[in-house]
Design a protein around this ligand. Structure first.
Ligand SMILES: [Zn+2]
Length: 377
């Protein structure tokens, strides 16, 4: 008996004959799909492999898959290829099996991936489509979704270390065992997690961000912060810093919850960025540095952004400490520091009067060629 048998059975009983069945991806498997791996820079995939092992060419594989022009659920024009995954329990753990591919229209695809629809704030649209395609009442559709969520919740509670990935849909191809090893390693990894175009480190177990009210109550005013930051070796952009503080006091201007978290943005060649990111992830995972977490872009580009978060931009000493630590790991170019409130307020490099960061740090007189850093602001 598996721990999720009851939920799987209840869902199967209701979903069995339906054309469009929502399939929520258990949390440990989020973002580990062929479509996402095909999108990633292959050098980034090396993070999950043994040293010297090269990743399989997932992009070539993804492009070679057959696609049909008609949605296999509703018959309208197909736009996307859906990976058909089955999740089952095995020996106290669980296995995710890719059993096939289907061409789907974007609506059916969205409704299948209900969790992603929610993240993209398109749940209502997906829910309506589940109702329409299956001919269900609102109450029946709600029941179907509830049961799917219960299966998801149960499967998600199985620890990531006990999951493995199998790819029977790839037949006996040469690439299959390599890809199964890679994807299993991605699912099990505690150090590197893919999500939304980035690879993330886990949160630092010894660092947490203060809440905005307590950070503001200890805020000594602009002059002290500027002096403190300069003493710590940072260049301060005063107007931008004041604006960031004012945004904390006016949460209605923000698309999200206000926070004093911010990040150093470092830009370097892909090889250097990967080397740096491995060391950063190791230090953050062990709690030996004051950084909160970090992320690395997975885009296929010759240079990459690494973002290293600190818990409180109103603590310039803490912010500077992380910058000096990054310099000690070999970061040689200019680093800029952007508070998350700027991101939430939509302040990017295109802003008419503000620059998109509040501090700068120059470890040495070496600059990465070109103005590519700006592309990340
Ligand atoms: Zn369709």
């Amino acid at each position: 008996m598996g721990r999720c048998d009851r939920q799987v059975k209840a869902y199967g009983a209701m979903a069995g004959g339906l054309k469009l069945r929502p399939r929520l991806v258990p949390e440990p498997l989020w973002w580990v799909s062929l479509a996402n791996l095909a999108d990633m820079d292959p050098r980034v995939l090396e993070l999950w492999l043994d040293e010297g092992e090269s990743p399989p060419d997932v992009q070539a594989l993804w492009r070679s898959l057959e696609r049909s022009t008609e949605c296999e659920i509703c018959g309208s024009r197909a736009q996307e290829l859906d990976e058909v995954w089955e999740y089952g329990e095995l020996d106290g753990g669980a296995v995710a099996r890719l059993v096939g591919f289907r061409s789907l229209c974007s609506k059916c695809h969205l409704a299948t991936h209900l969790g992603l629809a929610q993240i993209r704030r398109r749940f209502g649209e997906a829910f309506f489509w589940i109702q329409a395609v299956n001919g269900l009442s609102r109450t029946e559709a709600a029941r179907l979704v509830d049961l799917a969520v219960e299966v998801w919740r149960c499967l998600s509670s199985i620890p990531r270390s006990r999951w493995s990935v199998e790819l029977p849909a790839l037949g006996e191809s040469e690439v299959r065992p390599r890809l199964e090893r890679l994807m299993t390693s991605m699912v099990r990894s505690e150090r590197f997690r893919p999500a939304r175009g980035w690879v993330w480190t886990p949160e630092n177990p010894k660092v947490s961000a203060p809440n905005v009210q307590s950070a503001l109550s200890e805020y000594p005013g602009p002059l002290s912060i500027v002096n403190e930051a300069r003493e710590a070796g940072l260049k301060v952009l005063r107007q931008e810093l004041s604006h960031a503080v004012s945004l904390l006091r006016r949460p209605s201007k923000l698309d999200g919850t206000p926070t004093v978290v911010g990040k150093w943005i470092v830009f370097m060649s892909t090889r250097e960025a990967l080397k740096l990111f491995r060391r950063v992830a190791e230090a953050i995972g062990s709690g030996s540095v004051p950084a909160l977490r970090a992320k690395l872009s997975w885009k296929r580009e010759d240079s990459k952004a690494v973002m290293v978060y600190t818990p409180n931009f109103l603590d310039p000493r803490g912010v500077a400490e992380v910058a000096r630590w990054l310099a000690s790991l070999g970061v040689a170019g200019r680093m800029v520091y952007k508070p998350d409130v700027f991101t939430l307020a939509g302040i990017y490099r295109s802003h008419p009067s503000l620059r998109p960061h509040i501090y700068e740090f120059e470890p040495a007189k070496v600059n990465v060629e070109g103005g590519a850093l700006e592309a990340w602001l």
